[in-house]
Design a protein around this ligand. Structure first.
Ligand code: AMP
Length: 763
């Protein structure tokens, strides 16, 4: 570590009466002076459209190999390299790995800094049409994107092992630098703290947003460095509290932290990692396992630990997932029967290679097959993943870590002894039209699972009205405008579905002096309390102000053992699930009705000044086949007075396939962009729950819409008139799309819709 700025430590400067802010500023000024201002290093251009990139390149001369790097407008955290080749610009996406934060182009090597990537492509074409030559001058690259950044005050604080209270004050200070900046040795403050086992400071860094994934200049994670520093307690904290993943590989060598510990001979770190669920025999790029390394270097204690290790008893035994007489097609059928839930799986015997197994799993409504290889009749493994001594252990490991699979395995499909398909528990139980309110369960008990049954819809609970139950009168009783419901008045029932932050349960709410009301309880689980509470509260605040037949009502929030939103129970649950489960039960007449009702609800929302931002069939609930309700206001925002669009400042999980071009490109949302999503929702309805744009990735969809100017195809059986509405909703220019008011009016005045129940409709 170089000398501290000003020649004295932070502790000494504070002691002599200097203010923390002044000390922070002195580091900022010092680093600004050191930053390279050489024009050849200034190829970074922040956010720039493709057109402006071309303009800048042309203005600078557009010589062969001239280049710039700009931040992608479409994909958050992603960058684009624009190069001149044969006098024409070419653009290459620089991908950012979600696991390591490393940058790469196509299948090229990963780099921890953008500067390192540029240096590589300056040194030769390496797959690009030309090597990079002159920079098109823009700005100095942000330190957090550099392989070697700068020594910040936070690095200095770690170097001094400052006391926790003072350290926290630095992190809380608005002038505190980005915590993921690497220092001149290529390490973030978290890396340095992990190598030295400064556990209290590690927890503070994590709490204030330090990324656990950022790699040091050599591609090691914080957990690798804790192992290299022989810090078993730090390893435990990182995995248990900071979500570090023991299977993350070091860029280049492919070492996981266990390799690091074995190589160095630190058996306590090995023990800790194994206790935290790490696989015992992972392989690095050259195929070596930690045991091979320990043997080579004669670390006898490590050899003992690794040889004697017994994995915990697997959660699911083979009869839960092993199928002896199932081929690829039957496997798909079984997964489809189970709803193609994320992580649903089975293991079958390969027809092509008898004696070999295949893991078949579903994710994102797609089916994936993985060969399970067998070596020396002893080791089972998938691809270049860890080795396991039995199939059970392999399955159990992938139930805990995705490690290369699209997600963790979660819902095993038991084998079928008889001809008929078994009653497979669906990963997300859904309410069916017949379900009565649950048997009351005390609030402190976990929900009781119940199996859905199916009878006629005459038992459908009628949507409660405000006068029926007396729950709507009365002012909201919290400062945020939310009604607080006493947990004592709520009983929990079975699970209806899984939401983003926790499960949605059925329940009954009985406020004193009123009848009981069946409700849906949207829970916020403990692990999401920090990350999700604001969004959760925001969703509740948006919903509290809404009162429309086609919008799910919020009765209030309830702070019991978990935070819950108490909502109107919409008896048949998700319309998407219903269409997929009962495609023959619904037809054109229902679809038109739903389309009209959604337009009506959205028209109301528009009048209230809200944009929904997540209108999709998955967020439409069915009260009955004749009444849909719009739900899931997690992304909704009020648009400011005098403005009719909302600009998103933070990215997050964006449903790109439902988004209008201006939302993807500029992050702007308006009722007009909701209209685009409405068109996609109509398309989903009329195609009976098909996935829009099939398997295309978000980037491919953008290209399809923008470059090829194409749109989703007319679903089979969809009337021309309805498809025409969809196409109008997908007008590229937002001002050319119909408004919800117009759509609503269209439905109201169309004789085809005369007998339908759409609020505002002349009956
Ligand atoms: P969400 O968090 O809104 O995505 O909800 C997850 C799942 O819970 C949905 O797909 C529905 O199956 C179910 N669900 C959510 N809200 C309700 C409700 N008000 N009434 C009935 N089911 C609901």
């Amino acid at each position: 570590m170089p000398k501290p700025v000003g020649g004295r430590t932070i502790a000494q400067r504070l002691k002599s009466g200097e203010s923390l802010l002044d000390i922070i500023k002195s580091y900022e000024t010092h680093n600004a002076k050191l930053a390279s201002k050489k024009t050849e290093d200034m190829w970074f251009h922040e956010k720039l459209t493709r057109g402006n990139a071309l303009h800048n390149l042309k203005k600078s001369g557009a010589q062969q190999g001239m280049f710039l790097v700009r931040e992608s407008l479409n994909i958050k955290g992603s960058f684009v390299l624009s190069i001149i080749h044969n006098s024409e610009p070419q653009h290459f996406q620089i991908n950012t790995s979600p696991h390591s934060g490393c940058f790469s182009i196509d299948n090229g090597p990963p780099f921890v800094g953008l500067d390192q990537l540029i240096a590589f492509y300056r040194g030769g074409c390496n797959g690009l049409p030309t090597s990079l030559t002159l920079s098109c001058v823009g700005y100095v690259l942000r330190p957090s994107l550099r392989q070697y950044g700068e020594n910040t005050i936070v690095h200095q604080a770690i170097d001094e092992a400052l006391d926790t209270a003072t350290f926290r004050k630095i992190l809380q200070n608005p002038k505190c630098p980005n915590l993921n900046i690497r220092n001149l040795s290529g390490r973030t403050p978290l890396h340095e703290a992990c190598a030295r086992g400064l556990n209290d400071l590690i927890l503070e860094l994590f709490k204030y947003g330090a990324s656990i994934q950022t790699r040091d200049s050599e591609g090691s994670s914080a957990l690798h460095l804790a192992c290299r520093g022989n810090q078993p307690e730090t390893c435990k904290i990182l995995v248990k509290h900071c979500h570090a993943k023991p299977q993350d590989r070091r860029c280049g060598s492919g070492w996981v932290p266990l390799h690091e510990a074995s190589y160095c001979g630190y058996q306590h770190c090995i023990e800790t990692l194994l206790q935290q669920g790490a696989a015992c025999h992972p392989r690095c790029v050259n195929g070596e396992t930690p045991l091979d390394m320990a043997r080579k270097r004669r670390h006898n204690k490590c050899i003992q630990v690794l040889e004697r290790y017994q994995p915990p008893k697997p959660h699911f035994s083979a009869p839960n997932w092993l199928h002896s007489a199932v081929d690829r097609y039957k496997a798909v059928e079984l997964l489809e029967h189970a709803g193609l839930g994320d992580g649903c799986f089975l293991v079958r015997i390969s027809k092509r290679n008898p004696g070999q197994y295949v893991l078949t799993m579903s994710f994102d409504k797609n089916v994936f097959n993985y060969e399970i290889k067998n070596r020396e009749n002893k080791w089972f493994y998938i691809d270049d993943g860890p080795l396991f001594t039995s199939l059970d252990y392999l399955v159990d490991y992938y139930c805990r870590f995705s490690d290369g699979l699209p997600c963790e395995l979660s819902g095993p499909i038991p084998s079928v002894a008889r001809n008929q398909l078994p009653a497979i528990p669906k990963p997300k139980p859904k309410p069916k039209m017949d379900e009565r309110p649950p048997a009351p369960v005390p609030i402190s008990h976990p929900p009781l699972p119940q199996k859905p049954t199916h009878v006629s819809n005459s038992h459908l609970p009628k949507p409660p009205t405000s006068t029926q139950h007396g729950y709507l009168p009365g002012a909201p009783n919290s400062a945020s405008g939310l009604r607080e419901i006493d947990p004592k008045h709520v009983v929990l029932g079975r699970e209806l579905g899984q939401g983003e932050f926790g499960s949605v349960l059925m329940g009954v709410w009985t406020s004193p002096g009123s009848k009981s009301v069946p409700v849906a309880l949207k829970t916020l689980h403990g692990e999401h309390i920090n990350t999700g509470e604001t969004e959760f509260q925001r969703e509740a605040e948006v919903m509290m102000g809404l009162n429309h037949l086609c919008i799910v009502k919020l009765y209030g929030i309830c702070r019991g053992e978990t935070l819950m939103m108490v909502q109107e129970l919409v008896a048949m649950g998700s319309a998407l699930d219903y269409i997929l489960d009962y495609p023959s039960e619904v037809g054109l007449a229902d679809f038109k009705l739903w389309g009209a009702q959604i337009a009506s609800g959205m028209n109301y929302l528009e009048e209230k000044g809200f944009v929904h931002r997540d209108l999709a069939l998955r967020n439409i609930l069915l009260a009955s086949k004749q009444l849909v309700k719009i739900s899931d206001f997690g992304l909704s925002r009020a648009v400011g007075a005098g403005s009719n669009y909302y600009k998103a400042s933070a990215g997050g999980r964006w449903p790109v396939k439902w988004y209008a071009p201006e939302s993807i490109n500029y992050g702007t949302f308006s009722s007009n962009s909701d209209v685009w999503s409405y068109g996609v929702t109509l398309w989903e309805i009329f195609s009976k729950g098909d996935q829009p744009y099939g398997n295309m990735t978000g980037a491919q969809v953008i290209q399809y819409i923008e470059d090829s100017k194409r749109r989703l195809q007319q679903p089979e059986g969809c009337p021309d008139k309805v498809y025409k509405i969809m196409l109008q909703c997908w007008a590229y220019k937002d001002s050319e799309r119909p408004t919800f008011r117009r759509l609503h009016h269209k439905f109201r005045s169309d004789p085809e819709y005369f007998n339908i129940k759409v609020p505002g409709h002349k009956e």
